[in-house]
Design a protein around this ligand. Structure first.
Ligand code: FMN
Length: 365
């Protein structure tokens, strides 16, 4: 209510990136004010519910709704974001060296379409800055996933060095890693999703994770985030390679280059489209990945989740957890609680005791 009626009209009058910095700055400041986090938790927090709490990748998720990558690229508002009901936070994309990203403007709203277009280009302060930030946390109240990418200047032939360097540096402070090879805004990055390039890259990443895990006796997971702009045949090959590599899971999907279902004039801007126009496509990719992998590898849903029905559709298609970005911008912090509450009602309606029973339900009917 507070967000939708008062804050959103103010933010939506601002330039989108300026509004973004204002929100992130506000969340970071709130964490320094005594008692503010407890108030935010009271207003927006999501209580653990036995129907929704999930254990996966050796981690505990009090809610299956997490924050997708890109909102907190530098892990600057982790405490604030941990207080507004997310079951996990995916920070990044972080690259080994900080970089400015693309020229501004590079983020656009499409309000009639409940969508955003961005061509940020991995603007971030680099792995050292993220290490400093995450090292300052005394505890993780929700699991912190670190989404890693390659610097723009790094050629694809050397991309593995960037991913490995991020893992080596950030391993002590990350609960899980996400390999981002699906952003449309770093030239040629998406080529890493296919064929021999994918096989070699994932092989080296899984090997590095093994070394790191063995050194400390842990079993931290690494996931791969994929694009929605792939043919069925490409997806079949990709999933086969991903499963063979030993990676622990797949995030489906990143933003799309398609403009299908959009009307706002900003549809002409280049970049990745997120939000409602992605809802059906993301669920479809999740369904196909589940089918190609026989449900053997956990899938995390991402793309156009605005309502509990959207989240439930992704779960029934095969997702074990779901993450959001654009609906958080349009609906504000109430959205985490609304999604959790609605999901529980849908599970009860269909006679389930626990969310895990509904994962992949579409494939059993
Ligand atoms: C402004 C913006 C920046 C993003 N930056 C990243 C990023 O750095 N890394 C990444 O993997 N995904 C990034 N994403 C994609 C989101 O994590 C998410 O996968 C996508 O937006 C689909 O979910 P949504 O429809 O809930 O927004 C970004 C999305 C937006 C809107």
């Amino acid at each position: 209510m507070l967000y939708r009626n008062f804050l959103k009209p103010i933010f939506f009058r601002m330039d989108p990136e300026q509004a973004h910095h204002t929100v992130m700055g506000g969340l970071a400041t709130a964490a320094k004010i005594p008692g503010a986090l407890s108030i935010m938790k009271g207003l927006y927090g999501v209580q653990e519910d036995p129907m929704l709490a999930t254990d996966l990748f050796g981690l505990h998720f009090h809610s299956p709704i997490g924050l997708a990558a890109g909102l907190d690229k530098n892990a600057e508002a982790v405490k604030g974001l941990s207080s507004v009901g997310f079951g996990f936070l995916e920070v990044g994309t972080v690259t080994p060296v900080g970089q400015p990203g693309n020229e501004k403007p590079r983020m656009f709203r499409l309000p009639e379409d409940d969508a955003l277009i961005n061509r940020m280009g991995f603007n971030n302060k680099g792995a050292d800055a993220m290490l400093t930030r995450l090292s300052q946390l005394k505890q993780h109240t929700v699991p912190i996933w670190v989404n890693i990418g390659k610097n723009k200047v790094t050629p694809n032939e050397a991309a593995h060095e960037d991913y490995l360097s991020c893992i080596r540096k950030l391993y002590p402070v990350a609960d899980l890693f996400v390999v981002n090879i699906s952003s449309p805004n770093t030239p040629n990055l998406r080529n890493l999703q296919h064929g021999e390039e994918l096989r070699q890259l994932l092989g080296q990443i899984v090997q590095e994770m093994k070394l790191q895990n063995e050194a400390v006796g842990r079993n931290k997971a690494v996931l791969v985030k994929i694009a929605p702009d792939v043919t069925e045949e490409e997806l079949a090959h990709m999933t086969e390679t991903i499963v063979e590599s030993g990676v622990s899971g797949i995030i489906a999907t990143n933003t799309t280059l398609s403009r299908m279902g959009t009307t706002n004039q900003n549809r002409l801007e280049s970049g990745g489209l997120s939000g409602k126009p992605l809802t059906i496509r993301s669920a479809e990719v999740i369904r196909q990945v589940y089918q190609y992998t026989d449900g053997k590898i956990p899938i995390i849903g991402s793309g156009g989740v605005f309502t509990a029905e959207d989240a439930y559709a992704q779960i029934c298609a095969g997702a074990s957890l779901v993450e959001i970005y654009t609906s958080f911008i349009y609906q504000g912090p109430d959205v985490t609680r609304e999604l959790a509450k609605g999901l529980k009602q849908l599970l009860q309606r269909d006679g389930y005791q626990h969310i895990s029973e509904a994962v992949g339900r579409d494939h059993r009917r």
